[in-house]
Design a protein around this ligand. Structure first.
Ligand code: GLC
Length: 613
C-alpha cells in the first residue's frame, strides 16, 4: 500500500479515536484518560505510526533556549524538549517571567503537525536555583549530612512546586554521583562518599520531586545523573576517567541508579566521564546491555550538554556512536550558524538512518521511550503552567523547610569547653569575614548563574550575619568586620571562612588547604584572647588544621543556601547540631582520596562524625 494511503487511513483512525475518546483540554492529539501502561502503549504505538522520520528525530532533539533563535523551529522540527542551561537566562527571571516564557515555547510546540508538547528541563539541584526569589536549599553534600531522607523528600516536593510554578516539568536531578575524591569540583552535588547514603537520598529526592504519580499535580520528572561513575574519576578530574574493574563500578557507582529506577526515575543523564578509557556516551555495554536490558530501565537516556561532541569523530560519527550506544535524546546547546547545531543533528541522523548507520528500529525505540514518558507525565493534557504554584515560589512555608535543612546539615567538628551554644544575651559579639554577610557565597555554584557568584544574588534569603542579628537579644552589640579590625571589645567572635562559588570543572582543585588569608584571620582573632567559633562555607572538606587549632569551636556549614538563619538557630542553641559527615575529612592532601572502608583509614574526622550539645 502506498505510504500516503497508509498515513491517510491511520489519520482517519486517529480522528475516529479522538471523536470517541474525547478531546483533551487542549485539543491535543492524545488525551489518555487512564494511566494504565497498556493504554499508554497503545496510544504511543498509534502516534508513532503517524510520525515521519523527521518528526521522530525531532523528538530526540533537546535544544537550549539560547540556541533557539526562532521558536517557530519547535513546531517546524517537532522538537521534543528544550532546556535552560546553567547560564541560559531570559529577560525576566522571576517565577512569572519563566512561566510566561515556558508557556510561549509550549504554544509553538502545539502548532506542530501532531501537536506533541515539549518537556522543559532545568538544573534545579538545590531548589529552583535559576529563578530569582526561589528558595535555595543546602547543596547535596549538606543534605547528605542530615541522614534524613524525610527531609530530602520534602526538599524534592518543595522544589517540584517551585518548578511547576514556572511551567517547567523536568529536573536534571538528583545527582547520584558517589564522590570518591574531594578534589572533584562537583563533590558538593553528591550526597556523599558511600553508595548506601547516595542511594537512600537520591531515591527520597525522586519520590518528593515526582510525587506518587508522574501525572499528579506539581509532579516533576526526575533525572538521575550522571551515568555512571562520574564521581570516581582518577584524581577527581571532572569529565575524567574512572579506572576500576567492573565489580568496583557495580559496587560503588551503580547502586544509586538501581535505587533511582526503583523510586520511579524515568530519565537518566549520561556522564561526560569515561570508564577505563571508554567515553560513557559511546558505551553500548553500560547504556544498553546493563542499564536498559539487565536493569530493565524503560525510561529514556538524555546526553549531557554537547557531550556527544567529545566522542572523537566528526559530528555525524558522534551521533551514530551515541545513538547506537543507547542515547535516546541529545542535549544540543548550538543553534543556526554554530557548529554541531540542532538542525545539523536532525539532518545528520536522518542521513544515518537512510544509509543504515542507525537502524530505524533504534529511532522508534528512542521515540517510543520519550513519548511514553511524556504521556505518563500527562503533559499532553496539561501542557501549560499551573499558575496556582507560581505564587508559591519563595514562600515562607518553603523557606521554613529549607531552614530546617540548614539546621540539620551543619556538622559540629569541635566544641572546646562548650563554647557553643553562644548566649543570646552575650554583650558584644564580633562577626568576622566577608562570607558572613554574602548570600552568593553561602549558596555556591548553580545559583542564578552556572558558576554562582558572591553578593546579593537573589531576593528573600538571609545571610549568616542577618540570622545572628535576628537571634540575639536587643541588648547585644554585634560588630561586623570583614577583616577582623575593630573587634577588641568583643566577648566572642564568629569567623566565617571558606570557598568562593564554583561549578563543575571550575571547582577541580589539587590543593584544598584553607587560604592563608582565612588562616591569618582566625589566628588574628584568636590573638584577642576571646572564644572563636569558626564556620566553614565550602563544597567539600578542606585542609583546616591551622584554623581548627586556633578555634574553640568549628562548624562545617557546607553550602547552606538562602536560609542563613538556620546557622544562627544552631549557634545559639535553639536547635542542637545533628549533622554527620557525608565525607571522610583528611588530615592533609597526601591522604586524598580517602574513603570509609579504606585500609589504614586514619582521617582527621571519620565519615559519620559529628558532635552535638
Ligand atoms: C552540565 C552538567 C549537567 C547539567 C547539564 C545541563 O554541563 O554536566 O549536570 O544537567 O549540563 O545544564
Amino acid at each position: 500500500m502506498k505510504p500516503s494511503y497508509k498515513i491517510l487511513i491511520t489519520s482517519l483512525l486517529v480522528v475516529f479515536t479522538m471523536l470517541f475518546s474525547g478531546f483533551g483540554k487542549y485539543n491535543s492529539v492524545y488525551s489518555p484518560s487512564k494511566r494504565k501502561s497498556g493504554m499508554i502503549k497503545q496510544k504511543v504505538d498509534s502516534l508513532l505510526a503517524l510520525m515521519t522520520l523527521d518528526e521522530k528525530i525531532g523528538q530526540m532533539t533537546q535544544v537550549d533556549i539560547l540556541a533557539l533563535k526562532d521558536p517557530n523551529d519547535i513546531a517546524k522540527y517537532s522538537i521534543g524538549s528544550v532546556l535552560c542551561g546553567g547560564n541560559s537566562e531570559i529577560a525576566d527571571e522571576s517565577a512569572k517571567g519563566w512561566a510566561d516564557y515556558y508557556d510561549m515555547l509550549q504554544s509553538y510546540a502545539l502548532k506542530s503537525r501532531l501537536r506533541i508538547p515539549i518537556i522543559y528541563g532545568v538544573d534545579a539541584v538545590h531548589g529552583h536555583n535559576n529563578v530569582k526569589g526561589a528558595v535555595i536549599f543546602p547543596h547535596n553534600i549538606g543534605m547528605g549530612c542530615t541522614r534524613n531522607t524525610g527531609l530530602v523528600k520534602e526538599e524534592g516536593r518543595i522544589t517540584a512546586e517551585e518548578i511547576a510554578g514556572t511551567g517547567m516539568n523536568w529536573d536534571f536531578a538528583p545527582c547520584v554521583a558517589v564522590a570518591r575524591d574531594i578534589r572533584w569540583g562537583r563533590t558538593y552535588e553528591s550526597y556523599g562518599e558511600t553508595p548506601g547514603l547516595v542511594s537512600g537520598m537520591g531515591a527520597a529526592f525522586i519520590e518528593g520531586l515526582q510525587g506518587n504519580e508522574l501525572n499528579s499535580e506539581a509532579s516533576i520528572l526526575a533525572c538521575a545523573k550522571h551515568f555512571v561513575g562520574d564521581g570516581g574519576t582518577t584524581n577527581g578530574k571532572d569529565q575524567g576517567n574512572t579506572e576500576c574493574d567492573e565489580a568496583t563500578l557495580r559496587k560503588i557507582h551503580l547502586p544509586g541508579y538501581v535505587a533511582a529506577i526503583k523510586a520511579g526515575a524515568r530519565t537518566i543523564m549520561v556522564s561526560y566521564s569515561s570508564w577505563n578509557g571508554v567515553k560513557m556516551h559511546g558505551n553500548k555495554y553500560l547504556l544498553t546491555d546493563v542499564l536498559k536490558d539487565e536493569l530493565g530501565f524503560s525510561g529514556f537516556l538524555v546526553s549531557d550538554w554537547a557531550a556527544i561532541d567529545q566522542l572523537g569523530g566528526n559530528y555525524e560519527t558522534d551521533i551514530e556512536k551515541s545513538i547506537n550506544a543507547g542515547l535516546d535524546m541529545i542535549m544540543i546547546p548550538n543553534g543556526p550558524g554554530q557548529n554541531n547545531n540542532y538542525i545539523q543533528f536532525i539532518n545528520d541522523l536522518k542521513e544515518l538512518v537512510k544509509e543504515g548507520g542507525v537502524a530505524e528500529s533504534r529511532i522508534d525505540d528512542a521515540v517510543r521511550r520519550i513519548l511514553t514518558v511524556k504521556m505518563e507525565m500527562n503533559v499532553f493534557e496539561h501542557p501549560f503552567t499551573d499558575r496556582k504554584y507560581t505564587s508559591q515560589v519563595g514562600s515562607k512555608e518553603h523557606r521554613e523547610a529549607a531552614r530546617e535543612c540548614v539546621r540539620q546539615s551543619l556538622v559540629l567538628l569541635k566544641n572546646e569547653d562548650k563554647t557553643l551554644p553562644l548566649s543570646k544575651d552575650i554583650k558584644t559579639l564580633a562577626v568576622i569575614g566577608e562570607k558572613a554577610d554574602d548570600l552568593g557565597s553561602q549558596c555556591g555554584g548553580w545559583t542564578i548563574s552556572w558558576q554562582g557568584q558572591t553578593g546579593d544574588i537573589t531576593p528573600g534569603g538571609t545571610t549568616i550575619l542577618q540570622g545572628i542579628k535576628q537571634a540575639v537579644s536587643a541588648s547585644t552589640k554585634i560588630i561586623f568586620s570583614k577583616d577582623g579590625s575593630g573587634v577588641d571589645n568583643a566577648d566572642a567572635a564568629v569567623v566565617v571562612v571558606g570557598e568562593k562559588p564554583y561549578a563543575e570543572m571550575m571547582g577541580d582543585r589539587d590543593n584544598l588547604a584553607l587560604s592563608e588569608e582565612d588562616n591569618a584571620l582566625v589566628e588574628k582573632i584568636k590573638g584577642k584572647g576571646i572564644p572563636v567559633v569558626v564556620i566553614l562555607i565550602s563544597g567539600r572538606p578542606m585542609i583546616i588544621n591551622k584554623a581548627l587549632k586556633n578555634s574553640n569551636a568549628f562548624v562545617a556549614a557546607w553550602l547552606p543556601g538562602t536560609e542563613g538563619e538556620g546557622v544562627a538557630d544552631v549557634l545559639f542553641g535553639d536547635y542542637k547540631p545533628a549533622g554527620k559527615l557525608s565525607h571522610s575529612w583528611p588530615r592533609d592532601m597526601k591522604q586524598v582520596p580517602i574513603n570509609y572502608g579504606d585500609k589504614n583509614y586514619d582521617p582527621l574526622f571519620p565519615y559519620g562524625y559529628g558532635l552535638t550539645y
